[in-house]
Each structure stands twice: as structure tokens, then as C-alpha cells.
Design a protein around this ligand. Structure first.
Ligand SMILES: Cc1cc2nc3c(=O)[nH]c(=O)nc-3n(C[C@H](O)[C@H](O)[C@H](O)COP(=O)(O)OP(=O)(O)OC[C@H]3O[C@@H](n4cnc5c(N)ncnc54)[C@H](O)[C@@H]3O)c2cc1C
Length: 507
């Protein structure tokens, strides 16, 4: 069994890239099975054609979607202003450097970059952002199940604990995913295209991922095992999420080989973009109202507590729907758009960071992550790629577990997390020096971590999420085919910029 047999999970089902590569080599899944992409993401960094008449464009939000749209439009000669509520750029890409010692840092949001994310890699190269690969041997995850810690070598013991079918026992976790998932990924087609999904795939949206797995023969305990590893998607488990959403994400990520983190923190990426666009961004400017007529859009925002307005030819809303819900829009968006804005839900995520005097977990075989059946869910080795003897262990909670942790005070979160981690890695308490936590539901300008779809919602909402409303265009991870990834933010920023550039013709 390959070293990465147990590798799965939080923000990183992509960790199984090596397995996928083996799969490719075995010829079971050939690249030829994936049709040529029509969508523009393959043309990473492709410049827009210069417009006949440059337009005045306002963008709400200086996250990666807003920044990349601004970058593209500015390059083409348009006059762009970004209104950003916070005093910094980057939104859900946010590196925490305080309160940690010795220059250590941890990520509140984006941490991992798979090399198949061509647009993210494009901006990384453009701004010379330093990356560090996560070595293959460090990608193996540990599992903590029924009070015991397992590595990939312990597969037999795991099998004894669970009631799996003889075939599931033989296949192991990795083989099970291959059996249940891979054959269907070939059906996904061009999951990046704007008119995806085709009619034939909608059957997968009518069922949950749990129902999908059951329909393919998965036993309840296999589901339990797979659920551990997919918990991150919604945190509410494989019963809650549309099977089509998991299948799309797996199809889009299956060609990743390398996995990187940013040396010095992921926020170096939005910081570089924002520095380049500095004169275009107005910070501390939360938008409160959007109006449009046949000729222009008018945006009201607060600046130092005073209400100001700005007019433009076009607007890009690059903020989460959780926040757009609160903004007054005149005239109101179409019924379908309003419903999408209202009904699209966002994953609750709480991350708790524990600073430790020593990285003792390295001796205990922890690479990048451990997945547990405890309420702290996943344990991430936040300082895997950072120098020094101190380290940060992080718990990554989603869904109901995250909401429970969010209701605690910061001190309670740390105490609870350290005690739970102690079960998996004895020594956490002894080496505990303090820490920090982030609850994304509480973030005033995000109100959630990333968007996800319940069964039926991809069919119902997807056609309306990114669709233009008059002079208003929509960007953000939630409008892309890569929700929950920086790649999705970039993809959507490029699309919205292209829509505006082409709206009245280019020379
Ligand atoms: C916990 C977590 C883990 C993640 N892990 C990864 C990972 O490992 N790899 C990866 O690639 N991606 C990861 N992501 C996803 C990635 O961070 C996001 O997809 C991406 O950053 C979203 O960018 P965006 O521009 O769409 O939205 P945002 O970054 O949310 O940008 C929106 C901006 O709009 C601003 N804003 C909001 N309301 C207003 C208003 N009324 N007026 C003005 N401005 C406003 C906000 O302040 C913000 O700056 C993770 C995200 C989270 C939360």
C-alpha cells in the first residue's frame, strides 16, 4: 500500500495527488478523457484586448477576486476603483503573525496551493511569491479513530475496528475512493465551463455524497471513514453536501502533483497585488447601497463614518453573498439572483492555534495533518515548513463542531483544543505556551469560510450565481467552479473583467 493511503481531508483532498498520478500512470484515467477546456482559465494571465472606449469600473472587495479583476481591467486601460471595507487587502487570505513567537505564523484562511491551480500559480510567478513544496513523505495523514492513533501502516488494525466489506478491507481507504469515485469523474466533462453541468450530470445533484457512495456499494463504516476525510467540505458531513459538488471538486483537482505553501505566509500574494494596485484601492470603505439605471451604477459607501457615493459605467461585486444580502440594491436583482444570494450557504470554520515549546509531534510521525473523530476534527501542523524549534499545532473545525467552538470564549477554545489534542499527541499540554483562534462566521466581512451546495442547489442556483444583472457583474470564489480555493477567486475575477471588457466591444 502506498505511503499516502490514509491521506485525505481538510482543504486538501488534493493531498492524494500522488495516488492520482499513479492512477494516471496505470492508465485507468487518461488525460484524453478530459475534453479540451473552453473556459479561459487555461489562458492564465492572458491579457484582455484594449477596449474601444475605456470604462469607469467600481469593484467592491479587495480579496483575490476583486484584485485580479482590477489587475486585468487596469492592464487593458480601464479606470478602476476598489472599495474595501477592511484596512487591508486579501479578505479570506489572512496570515496571523501575532501572537506567535520566533517569527512563526499560521494561516486563518488559504494555506495550500496545488500546482494544478494554474491561475494561482500564474500570480505566484508574476509577483515572485516564494513557495515551499510539502514533501511527499510529509503528506501522509494520521487517523485518530475510537481513541487510537493510526498511520498508514496500521491499516489492518483499522480494518478490525470497522465493519467493512471484504472488498473494502482489501482496497483500503484510498482504494475505496478510487472504486467509488474515479469512474464517475470521467463523466464530469468540462467542469470549468459557464454552462456546466450538462443535463446528464444533474442526477448527481439530486443526491447527497453519502447517498452516492451508498449507491455504489459503500458500507456504513466505509462511509464513516470517508466522512472523516470529507468533513471539511461542509463540516456537516457527507449527508449534507450535493454529490455533484464533491465530484466536480475531485475532477478539477485530480491532476495536481505538487502541493505548496507560501514561504513567509499566504498573504504575501494579495499584498503584492494590492501594492501594485495601491492607488486604485480605497480602504475602510464598506459599501452600503448599490443603484443602477440604463446608463450607470451608483455606489454608496462609508468613509470615516460619512456616507459618500461614486458613479461608474460598471460594477463588480466581489464580496461573499453573506455580505451582499445586507446591502440595499435598487432596483432589486431578478428573483433568481435574489434567491441565490439568500440561499447559498457558507461553511462554518473555526481554527484554533496552539503554540508549543517544542515540535514534539514530528517524532510522533505527524506530517502535515491528522484527521480525528474528536470534535476538534482535523489537526494541522501549521509550522511544517517553518524554521525553529517551537511550533504551532492547529485544529480545523467545520460545521456543527465549529459553531460549538465559536460559542466559546477564546480562552475556552484554547483550553478545549489543547485537551482534545492531548489525546492524539500527548505532550500538547506540557509544551503549551498560548495561542489564538479564528471563527469565520464571526468575521464581519466574510460571515463564513466558503460557499457550498446542498443536494439540488447546483441545478437550482448555479445558473444564476455568476449571471450579470444589468451593469453589475459578480466575482468571488462562490461564483466560480473552484469554490473554497484561491483559484476560484482568480477565475471569477478574470471572468468578470472579461465580461466588462467585451460589453461594448474591443478594438
Ligand atoms: C478557512 C479557510 C481555508 C482555506 N484554505 C484554502 C487553501 O488551502 N487553498 C486555497 O487556495 N484556498 C483556500 N481557501 C479559500 C480562499 O481563501 C478563498 O477562496 C479566496 O480567498 C476568496 O477570495 P474572494 O476574493 O472571493 O473573497 P474574499 O477574500 O472574502 O474577498 C472579499 C473582500 O470584500 C470585502 N468586503 C466584504 N464586504 C464588503 C463591503 N460591504 N464593502 C466593501 N468591501 C467588502 C472583504 O473585506 C474582503 O476583502 C480557504 C478559505 C478559508 C476561509
Amino acid at each position: 500500500m502506498a505511503d499516502d493511503t490514509l491521506v485525505r481531508g481538510t482543504r486538501a483532498r488534493v493531498y492524494d495527488k500522488m495516488r492520482r498520478r499513479e492512477f494516471l500512470q496505470r492508465g485507468l484515467l487518461s488525460l484524453a478523457a478530459i475534453p479540451a477546456f473552453r473556459f479561459e482559465t487555461l489562458a492564465a494571465g492572458k491579457e484582455l484586448r484594449r477596449p474601444r472606449t475605456p470604462k469607469r469600473v467600481v469593484i467592491i472587495g479587495a480579496g483575490l477576486a476583486g484584485l485580479s479583476a482590477c489587475y486585468q481591467l487596469t492592464q487593458a486601460g480601464h479606470d478602476v476603483t476598489i472599495l474595501e471595507a477592511r484596512t487591508r487587502a486579501g479578505g479570506r487570505v489572512h496570515t496571523l503573525r501575532e501572537p506567535f513567537a520566533d517569527g512563526l505564523h499560521a494561516e486563518a484562511g488559504a494555506m495550500f496551493i496545488p500546482d494544478s491551480h494554474d491561475l494561482t500559480m500564474h500570480y505566484v510567478r508574476l509577483f515572485r511569491i516564494p513557495l515551499i513544496p510539502i514533501p511527499m513523505q510529509k503528506r501522509s495523514s494520521v487517523l485518530y479513530l475510537n481513541g487510537k492513533r493510526f498511520t498508514s501502516e496500521d491499516e489492518r488494525t483499522i480494518n478490525r475496528l470497522l465493519t467493512l466489506s471484504p472488498e473494502e478491507k482489501r482496497l483500503g481507504l484510498d482504494g475505496m475512493t478510487d472504486k467509488y469515485l474515479i469512474p464517475v469523474l470521467n463523466e464530469m466533462g468540462d467542469a470549468r465551463s459557464t454552462d456546466w453541468p450538462p443535463e446528464r450530470l444533474k442526477k448527481y445533484d439530486r443526491i447527497s455524497y453519502a447517498e452516492f457512495l451508498r449507491s455504489r456499494g459503500a458500507t456504513p463504516d466505509a462511509l464513516r471513514l470517508l466522512r472523516l476525510n470529507d468533513a471539511d467540505l461542509t463540516g456537516d458531513g457527507v449527508d449534507a453536501v450535493s454529490a455533484l459538488m464533491v465530484l466536480r471538486e475531485s475532477a478539477l483537482n485530480q491532476n495536481a502533483v505538487e502541493l505548496y505553501t507560501v514561504r513567509g505566509g499566504t498573504d504575501l500574494l494579495p499584498k503584492a497585488l494590492a501594492a501594485h494596485l495601491a492607488s486604485k484601492i480605497r480602504y475602510g470603505s464598506p459599501v452600503t447601497k448599490i443603484e443602477q439605471d440604463a446608463r450607470q451604477v451608483r455606489v454608496s459607501f462609508l468613509q470615516a463614518g460619512n456616507r459618500e457615493t461614486v458613479t461608474a459605467d460598471y460594477l463588480i461585486s466581489a464580496i461573499p453573498f453573506t455580505i451582499l444580502r445586507e446591502i440595499e440594491v435598487t432596483p432589486q436583482f431578478s428573483e433568481q439572483k435574489q434567491r441565490a444570494i439568500r440561499e447559498l450557504q457558507y461553511t462554518s470554520v473555526v481554527r484554533v492555534y496552539v503554540q508549543s515549546r517544542r515540535e514534539f509531534w514530528t517524532d510522533a510521525g505527524l506530517g502535515v495533518s491528522a484527521y480525528t473523530d474528536l470534535p476538534i476534527m482535523a489537526i494541522i501542523n501549521s509550522t511544517l515548513n517553518q524554521p525553529g524549534t517551537r511550533g504551532i499545532l492547529e485544529s480545523y473545525m467545520a460545521g456543527e463542531n465549529a459553531r460549538r467552538a465559536a460559542a466559546m470564549s477564546e480562552g475556552e477554545r484554547l483550553d478545549f483544543t489543547a485537551s482534545e489534542m492531548e489525546k492524539v499527541y500527548p505532550g500538547v499540554r506540557k509544551n503549551f505556551e498560548g495561542g489564538a483562534s479564528v471563527a469565520w462566521d464571526e468575521d464581519r466581512w466574510a460571515r463564513g469560510a466558503y460557499s457550498w451546495f446542498k443536494p439540488g442547489q447546483m441545478t437550482k442556483l448555479l445558473p444564476h450565481i455568476a449571471r450579470t444583472e444589468g451593469r453589475i457583474h459578480f466575482a468571488g470564489e462562490h461564483t466560480s467552479s473552484w469554490p473554497g480555493w484561491m483559484q476560484g477567486a482568480f477565475q471569477s475575477g478574470h471572468r468578470a473583467a472579461r465580461e466588462i471588457n467585451e460589453a461594448e466591444g474591443t478594438s
